[in-house]
Design a protein around this ligand. Structure first.
Ligand code: BF8
Length: 615
């Protein structure tokens, strides 16, 4: 029996569902975390090496047991190698997502994916110019080639301020092809290759830059071309968006290639008619995690929640189908869905799950597959058990969809009003608050409190991923949330009619934040590292977040993590990431689990940057 469910989440809808799940005798990630206690100390410190079969080797942090692995690897080497493999996995996830978008874009160019069209021609033309090509197919081929390119540079690194680019070149971390950098991580971390922790970390930086200024940016740009560049739209967030009398379909995962089609299929009149015939009043699609962010910001599709709410959504007993593609999908879902009538439908050949129905999705016949998936959800409506339905009431309004283009639009066509507000001090600085949930942190507590503290002190917040969804649920993405901001920020938000926290999309869309930071730095004639800006991931857990944090630091941003990365086993690695990086890159990591203290660290950094800029 859990002592106090309020210790697990600050979100009333989640608390309600956690109680309901507990009463049903079922388990969630929070329960499994408890059962894992105490977690492996060697793993927590990054001191366990499984890279060859002389091991596994572990280093005793207290100096009483072995101080080296069988091959002679020191704590510095083991910690750095483990960190690099996390970066590689994260960069691979974002970049493989981008590859799928590029593949679809190429099929569209060749007329082989009739379900998709180019929605933003102007953006496509800008990209063609940037790549120096004059046809859609040539653009598709040029983008595809960037993944396996043997020599650099990848195109979008040219969007970074000149000083940043020169610094990357000087340090030898300007990335070549994205896949090449990831492969090189695996090579260097194989037994007996790179055994210099600093040299390893430099390559980690290069790989992460290939993610942020490569894979993630490609995903964002091509998704905008195919599905439209987001502009402000209002919607709602939290489990209360599930509807008692409709066929509820949750799209969960990351790639809008699938979710866009499900949204379109659910609007098909034939499908709506079938839903009515089955006794439902209609079809309700709701998002979850980052694919939720994608359809939220492009179509205003309501979002049921962030990472830790995926199990809670199934336990409402009101979900006919949870349709998943890739990333951040808990393997527990199939078994949990089996306790209700919910169908867990996997769609990617890369991602199959226990106890799921697999309906493979291919771009060439995307709409047809999406219709078959929606139909299977409709047919499942009759299996819903009304006695098991429990939908919390909470749903909060939100205004989302602040792409770079939308921000410039809201400012009246140029960044100048923002720059003036920053220079004049009405806006103290900028903060990017992003990242996951992690049951080690009270759900949404880090996100919501950090963001509230920042806006209170006149820091304009941009957000993506699960932080964005936490903010949406807490009402921070409404223009009315300006009332919670300091006087300066409040005035700017009220004048523009925007919230003090701007939703910029999914996790690959952190690339939008990089582009915004570069544009501001260029306008001020400085590097990103000179800006009164900081970043944070208060509840991060995924390897993607490790890659994101690393490219943020490589881009010159002071980045505060709310959970401790597995690096404490090497003081040298810790020093490099928290101090050495500052001298090398102008950005570095800090770790602070308390969101109030984290806000203070970020604001102190912003203030010191303001002083250096003389503003
Ligand atoms: O890419 S913030 S838990 S959903 S990894 Fe996953 Fe983390 Fe959420 Fe999106 Ni990002």
């Amino acid at each position: 029996m859990v002592k106090d469910i309020r210790e697990r989440s600050i979100d009333p809808a989640s608390q309600e569902m956690l109680l309901s799940i507990q009463r049903a005798g079922l388990e969630t990630a929070w329960d499994r975390l408890e059962k894992q206690q105490p977690q492996c100390g060697f793993g927590e410190l990054g001191l366990c090496c499984r890279n060859c079969n002389m091991g596994p080797c572990r280093i005793d942090p207290f100096g009483e047991g072995p101080s080296k692995g069988v091959c002679g690897a020191t704590p510095d080497i083991i910690v750095a190698r483990n960190l690099l493999r996390m970066i590689a996995a994260g960069a691979a996830a974002h970049s493989d997502h981008a590859r799928d978008a590029a593949h679809t874009f190429k099929l569209v160019a060749a007329g082989e994916a009739p379900s998709y069209q180019v929605k933003d021609n102007a953006k496509m033309e800008r990209l063609m110019k940037e790549y120096g090509v004059n046809s859609q197919i040539a653009l598709a081929e040029a983008v595809m080639a960037e993944f396996g390119m043997q020599e650099g540079p990848i195109r979008f690194t040219r969007r970074a301020p000149k000083k940043r680019l020169q610094l990357w070149q000087k340090l030898g971390i300007e990335p070549r092809g994205i896949d090449r950098e990831i492969v090189e991580v695996m090579h260097r971390t194989h037994i007996g290759v790179d055994n210099d922790y600093a040299n390893l970390i430099l390559h980690g930086l290069r790989t992460a830059v290939a993610d942020g200024w490569g894979g993630s940016m490609i995903a964002t740009e091509l998704q905008d071309v195919l599905f439209g560049t987001p502009s402000p739209v209002t919607s709602e967030a939290n489990l209360g968006v599930l509807l008692p009398n409709q066929v509820n379909i949750i799209v969960h995962g990351h790639e809008p290639l699938l979710s866009e089609m499900i949204v379109a299929a659910a609007e098909d009149s034939e499908m709506i008619e079938l839903a009515r015939k089955s006794g439902a009043q209609g079809i309700n699609v709701a998002g979850m995690c980052c694919t939720g962010n994608e359809v939220l910001m492009r179509h205003g599709v309501p979002v049921a929640g962030n990472f830790l709410q995926q199990e809670l959504a199934v336990a409402t007993g009101a979900v006919e189908a949870m349709v998943v593609d890739v990333q951040c999908i808990m393997p527990s879902l199939g078994a949990l869905a089996g306790c209700y009538h919910t169908k867990l439908i996997s769609t990617s050949p890369k991602a199959k799950f226990p106890s799921s129905t697999h309906m493979e999705f291919h771009e060439e016949e995307a709409f047809e597959t999406a219709k078959a998936i929606v139909l299977s959800a409709i047919q499942n409506y009759q299996n819903r058990d009304p006695t098991k339905v429990h939908i919390p009431a909470e749903r909060s309004e939100c205004m989302v969809g602040f792409s770079v283009e939308a921000i410039i639009g809201a400012l009246g066509g140029s960044l100048d009003p923002l720059l003036e507000a920053i220079k004049g001090g009405t806006i103290r600085g900028l903060a990017a608050v992003v990242g996951c949930n992690n049951p080690k942190v009270k759900h949404d507590f880090g996100h919501v409190n950090l963001v509230k503290e920042l806006i209170k002190k006149d820091v304009l917040v941009v957000t993506t991923g699960c932080n964005a969804l936490a903010c949406a649920k807490a009402g921070l993405l409404r223009p009315e949330a300006a009332e919670l901001a300091g006087e300066g920020l409040k005035g700017v938000c009220k004048a523009l009619g925007v919230p003090p926290v701007l939703h910029m999309g999914s996790c690959v869309d952190i690339s939008r934040i990089l582009v915004t930071a570069a544009a501001i730095a260029n306008a001020l004639g400085v590097d990103i590292s000179d800006l009164p800006a900081a970043a944070a991931a208060p509840e991060w857990m995924s390897e993607k977040a490790v890659s994101i944090g690393t490219y943020t630091v490589a881009s010159g941003v002071y980045t505060v993590l709310g959970t401790v990365p597995p690096v404490l086993g090497s003081q040298n690695v810790v020093d490099l990431l928290t101090n050495g990086a500052r001298d090398l890159l102008g950005g570095c990591f800090a770790v602070e689990p308390d969101p109030f203290k984290a806000a203070k660290l970020m604001i102190d950094h912003i203030d010191s940057q303001r002083r250096k800029l003389g503003i």
